[in-house]
Design a protein around this ligand. Structure first.
Ligand code: M6R
Length: 605
């Protein structure tokens, strides 16, 4: 949700900032801007559109000899995407970019207007800029001006700020929104996320809540602390590039066999699950009476898939909750409720707020997070990284499969430690997850032509339904989200037995209904449900395991998953639906990696 970047150093700044903005575009891409200190003072350029529009503007109006700049790519919250609402904002002698939301901006704005400030945009950010500028112009030094102003702000922010009179210096502060600073051989950087800085350096430091930092070409200084505690990332710039694929989504889908292995391998010892690398020992499981998985979007769907598996294997109640509801409609908790927060980005505002809520209730928390050193990873009592590598496409693929596989392994670990699953079964489940699931994923990926044929039959439809029972219903929900997110086709997921309680009235001649059937015990029921919609004219597609004997008689088109156990079937089906979404979006000419209205990292509530 908005990406910010800054650089000050010995080299030209605008190229570095626009390069970082291109990488940050996944966080928002409706408008973009830069301000840089050139020979004639601070110059600001901003425009509706993407970084390519900014590059065009810069080619017409270059900012030469600028060694310090801040930039922003926006996902609009307050005020529609427009040149005026784009960041950076400038009030008086202050220039600023912002990621987050100042919730009380209306009150602050009214006060500032009384004092004579005239606002140009509809944004909350311009209000933040005006407030900091007020204290700066009243004579406060930048650090004091920032502290005084942010003291009045409610909400979340990561600000990067340039002040007239503070040449080639960037100040920054964060609360609730991510911010990383970094040190290169050519100067100092900041960004919303480390991937944007990988072309320049691997030495970074994550800022803590409330910390204010000053960057100059000679150093970084965290107020009240001093020199940052620098770390070196092992992420490579290559891993954040498309690597010859048409889209990041396609690349990331293809990375899944390895991603699943990377997620699981640190937690397997002698063929058995072992989470000791995450600080989780036997005692961790002892007092767990129930589990709440809390997350948003696909991460919540990974929870929907995992919850019945955990309940079944561990004999404790487990439910997946939507994070934006969790603390406003809080479920019953008790001493012994474990709250698992699942998040690819580690920064999703509602998931983070749920984590904080759970901690405020004294509950034990575990983060399942991909992006290293992010706020959820740092604030959770325990954190198990999914190690999927950078995920750039807005639609998550390897993020989801690694979350699902890690949650599954967690269930096996807990069941084994509690003595519910014996060693032999724990080993066999672990083996299926580690060897079979990636293999089935790989084999499914090789069947692109069959998926393309399915996509051709359905891509012009107005509306598509996914149906499934048991775990396949959870898979259907993820399948439906993936399809509508990137192809803009209306799609709904239904528990297969539920359609006839109302929604079946929407089925018309040709309406595609895609059934997922990996649950052997439910094949007969699925068979009946598919016939119900087929006899009402729908075009039926069935994704099933080879154990469903009458599959070809039952649906118009059948995609038989590679032969495998139950676990392999689940992961094969996930891949098939991701590939269907991708192919449908491609046929419809959609912007697959950057679907409209969306952003990768949702750092506002
Ligand atoms: O970064 P997170 O895993 O916390 O993100 C949660 C959702 O915003 C995310 O999964 C979203 O639903 C995806 N874009 C779906 O593909």
């Amino acid at each position: 949700m908005c990406g910010i970047i800054g650089y000050t150093g010995f080299e030209e700044a605008t190229g570095k900032v626009t390069c970082g903005l291109e990488i940050l575009e996944y966080r928002g891409y409706d408008s973009v801007g830069i301000c840089a200190k050139g020979q004639d003072g601070i110059k600001l350029l901003k425009t509706k559109g993407r970084v390519s529009s900014l590059n065009e503007a810069l080619s017409k109006s270059p900012i030469d000899s600028a060694f310090c700049a801040i930039g922003h790519t926006r996902w609009a919250t307050h005020g529609a995407p427009s040149d005026t609402n784009a960041h950076p904002h400038n009030v008086g002698r202050t220039y600023l970019v912002h990621n987050g939301i100042i919730e009380n901006y209306k009150e602050l704005k009214a006060e500032l207007e009384k004092g004579g400030v005239k606002f140009l945009s509809e944004t909350d950010t311009e209000v933040g800029c005006a407030l900091i500028n007020k204290y700066y112009e009243e004579g406060c030094d930048p650090h004091t001006a920032i502290l005084k102003a942010t003291g009045f702000m409610h909400g979340s922010y990561a600000f990067a700020i340039m002040f007239e009179g503070e040449d080639n210096t960037i100040y920054a502060v964060r609360k609730g929104s991510p911010l990383i600073i970094a040190k290169g051989i050519d100067g100092y950087y900041l960004a919303s996320d480390l991937t944007a800085l990988l072309p320049f350096t691997k030495v970074y430091c994550s800022l803590n809540e409330g910390e204010v930092v000053r960057l100059t070409k000679d150093g970084a200084f965290i107020f009240n602390k001093g020199e940052p505690d620098w770390k070196v990332t092992n992420m490579s710039f290559e891993s954040a590039k498309k690597g010859g694929y048409d889209h990041f989504m396609l690349k990331e889908m293809n990375e899944q066999p390895n991603a699943i292995k990377n997620a699981l391998s640190p937690r397997i010892k002698d063929g058995l699950p072992d989470f000791s690398c995450d600080g989780i020992d036997d005692s961790f499981f002892e007092d767990i009476k129930e589990i709440h998985i809390v997350a948003c979007g696909s991460a919540m769907h990974a929870g929907l898939l995992a919850a019945p598996i955990i309940e079944g294997l561990c004999m404790v109640p487990c439910r997946s909750y939507i994070a934006s509801e969790y603390r406003y409609n809080p479920p019953f908790t008790q001493k012994g409720t474990l709250v698992i927060i699942v998040s690819q980005s580690g920064e999703t505002a509602d998931s983070l707020a749920s984590l904080r809520y759970a901690k405020s209730q004294g509950l034990k928390t575990l983060g399942i997070v991909n992006a290293v050193e992010t706020t959820i990873a740092r604030e959770a009592d325990f954190c198990a990284y999914t190690y999927a590598g950078p995920e750039i496409a807005v639609a998550t693929t390897k993020g989801y499969t690694t979350q699902a596989s890690l949650l599954y392994l967690f269930a096996v670990a807990m069941s084994f430690k509690k003595g519910i699953t014996d060693k032999e079964n724990a080993k066999s489940l672990t083996e299926c997850l580690f060897f079979e699931a990636p293999q089935v994923v790989e084999q499914t990926l090789e069947r692109g032509e069959e998926i393309k044929a399915i996509a051709k039959e359905i891509y012009e439809s107005q509306s598509i339904f996914y149906i499934g029972r048991g775990l396949d219903y959870a898979l259907s929900q993820e399948a439906s989200l993936k399809l509508k997110e990137i192809s803009y086709v209306h799609c709904e997921a239904y528990a297969a037995g539920e359609l006839k309680h109302g929604t079946i009235s929407l089925i018309e001649r040709g309406t595609p209904v895609i059934a997922i059937a990996t649950e052997e015990a439910l094949f007969d029921k699925m068979d009946s449900n598919i016939k119900e919609v087929k006899s009402r004219g729908s075009h039926t597609v069935l994704i099933c395991t080879d154990k469903m004997e009458n599959a070809h008689a039952c649906a118009d088109r059948v995609f038989v998953l590679p032969r495998s156990s139950r676990i392999g079937g689940i992961f094969g089906a996930i891949l098939a639906v991701q590939m269907i979404a991708y192919e449908v979006a491609r046929l419809r000419g959609c912007d697959i990696d950057k679907p409209r209205n969306l952003a990768k990292s949702v750092t506002v509530e």
